[in-house]
Design a protein. Structure first.
Length: 103
């Protein structure tokens, strides 16, 4: 007996992945899609473009995958954009200061 396949049988995670795939496919440039599919060599400039477009559409899964696939580019990007442990610590301090002001 053949299993029936439709959207109602997807798990929440599968549905999120499908929605992200659709969003990325519809809104990202051909160049970024080719980079995601490893059809073209990824330079640092292309990596930055991928991060920008994926960030714009909120594609966290694809962003995470690209960061894992290109850790050197990811580290450089985080440093240039001010992300990383130092940024997280700074942001946390600012939040705690704001909370102290509201007491």
């Amino acid at each position: 007996m053949k299993e029936e396949r439709d959207f109602r049988n997807l798990t929440e995670g599968q549905m999120e992945n499908l929605l992200e795939f659709a969003e990325v496919s519809a809104r990202c440039s051909k160049e970024v899609l080719e980079a995601l599919e490893e059809q073209v060599p990824v330079t640092y400039e292309l990596f930055r473009k991928c991060m920008e477009e994926l960030g714009t559409v909120g594609a966290i899964g694809a962003l995470t995958e690209m960061m894992g696939r290109y850790p050197d580019y990811g580290k450089r990007y985080n440093e240039e954009e001010g992300w990383g442990p130092e940024k997280a610590e700074s942001d946390f301090r600012k939040i705690m200061e704001k909370l102290g002001e509201t007491k």
